[in-house]
Design a protein around this ligand. Structure first.
Ligand SMILES: *[C@@H]1O[C@H](CO)[C@@H](O)[C@H](O)[C@H]1NC(C)=O
Ligand SMILES: *[C@@H]1O[C@H](CO)[C@@H](O)[C@H](O)[C@H]1NC(C)=O
Ligand SMILES: *[C@@H]1O[C@H](CO)[C@@H](O)[C@H](O)[C@H]1NC(C)=O
Ligand SMILES: *[C@@H]1O[C@H](CO)[C@@H](O)[C@H](O)[C@H]1NC(C)=O
Ligand SMILES: *[C@@H]1O[C@H](CO)[C@@H](O)[C@H](O)[C@H]1NC(C)=O
Length: 353
């Protein structure tokens, strides 16, 4: 039925990694070549380990789970992959059945998907030539996305989706694996000197402006998990306070985010940069302070393998006021002097892990 090469892989590969460019969340759409239009039919999430989940718009609550039994890079340039799969959850006609698919990386970033038409698994790529072929795409700026495991949780209905999260998704194919991932809100996103501040490391910026810790929890599996981070540096919480959430709300989100990361990466170092005292938020300084105290307490008691990187005291004057000179004209975002404090604190932390 299939060639000896594939059979050998079957014996060796209990676990088949997913190529970098396939990972993460995709919009699954029917693509019409003549008009170059996409009609979403569902979504697919490619885990790093050869597991794929699909959710379809006609029944979002229904998650189909498929695994690569083998994956064969048939053109040897990462352009065309033949995958032999087994479905373990989904429509009865697919469950416990093996199928052969093709995934081909298109020049516009899409992935064309085709099923080997005659049911065999030969090495000849078959492009789907029907007028509406299935594409895995990140090109449309509007697709409906949910969490594949918690299907009531909508990911895409946020103001970040179009301009920030999708843009980060689109960076996945070229991202370096095993870097130090800086994740969180605008203080991360605007860290323009990140590479030169950490010259000895591969750093990846996955900040999205305006994000709250709850938002980081929601999107982390999509934009950070596929990268296989070697270290995660987290900065979020300040925007939760600005949005009127209480320090204990943030603490609850933190108590969910760390286990969500640990589920996939039980051992990687995680550094949480303490909330900063922005002059712009002087009226909320006691809440920001309380957030730090709560998170620092949780780290001590519940998550001793996380490090609290405390930049708070250094950003205050001796009488406990924010140091205005560390901030830009909006009094919310930092200038080079502010970032210098962060760079030193995070470099000190990295030298210990
Ligand atoms: C891959 O990871 C997912 C998520 O943890 C898990 O559900 C799945 O069983 C794993 N697949 C394999 C083949 O190990
Ligand atoms: C597919 O998965 C099912 C359930 O784990 C298993 O019983 C079956 O043997 C698998 N089939 C193949 C071809 O690996
Ligand atoms: C199945 O299709 C492939 C690709 O078109 C072809 O090479 C192969 O000969 C076909 N096999 C059979 C049994 O028709
Ligand atoms: C933060 O809270 C601690 C403990 O209650 C207190 O000692 C400190 O003065 C507070 N700092 C600010 C800037 O509010
Ligand atoms: C970035 O680095 C350049 C060159 O060292 C420096 O002049 C600039 O102030 C830095 N900017 C920030 C925001 O840190």
């Amino acid at each position: 039925m299939y060639n000896g090469c594939i059979r050998l892989h079957l014996l060796l590969a209990a676990f088949t990694p997913t190529p970098m460019w396939m990972r993460g969340l995709w919009c699954v759409a029917q693509y019409t070549e003549s008009s170059q239009t996409y009609t979403q039919i569902g979504q697919a999430f490619f885990y790093n380990n050869g597991t794929i989940t699909h959710n379809f718009l006609d029944n979002l609550a229904f998650t189909q789970v498929t695994h690569f039994l083998t994956i064969d890079n048939t053109d040897e340039t990462d352009g065309i992959y033949q995958v032999y799969t087994n479905t373990t959850q989904g429509p009865p006609e697919y469950v416990n059945k093996a199928s052969c698919f093709w995934y081909r990386q298109m020049s516009n970033g899409d992935v064309a998907s085709g099923r080997q038409s005659n049911g065999t698994c030969t090495r000849t790529f078959e492009l789907d030539t029907t007028s509406t072929a299935i594409r895995y795409t990140r090109n449309p700026s509007t697709c409906h996305f949910i969490d594949d495991e918690d299907t009531n949780l909508v990911l895409s209905d946020t103001s970040f989706e179009k301009n920030q999260i999708l843009a980060l998704d689109r960076q996945l194919p070229l991202a370096k694996r095993r870097g130090i991932v800086f994740y969180g809100s605008s203080s991360i996103r605007l860290w323009s000197n990140l590479s030169s501040d950490f010259p000895y490391y591969t750093v990846l910026n996955r900040g999205f402006g305006g994000s709250a810790l709850t938002q980081c929890l929601r999107e982390w599996k999509r934009i950070v998990y596929p990268l296989e981070p070697s270290v995660i540096i987290l900065y979020a919480g300040e925007n939760d306070i600005a949005a009127g959430n209480s320090p204990s709300n943030i603490q609850s989100a933190f108590r969910r985010l760390i286990p969500a990361i640990r589920r996939f990466y039980p051992n990687i170092p995680i550094g949480y940069i303490s909330v900063k005292p922005s002059p712009y938020r002087i009226d909320k300084i006691s809440k920001l302070n309380e957030t730090n105290i709560r998170i620092q307490g949780d780290i001590k008691l519940l998550f001793p393998d996380v490090t609290f990187i405390n930049i708070w005291p250094q950003m205050l004057t001796t009488d406990g006021q924010p140091r205005r000179e560390l901030f830009g004209s909006d009094t919310l975002h930092m200038n080079a002097k502010g970032y210098a404090i962060w760079a030193k604190a995070v470099n000190n932390y990295l030298s210990t892990v």
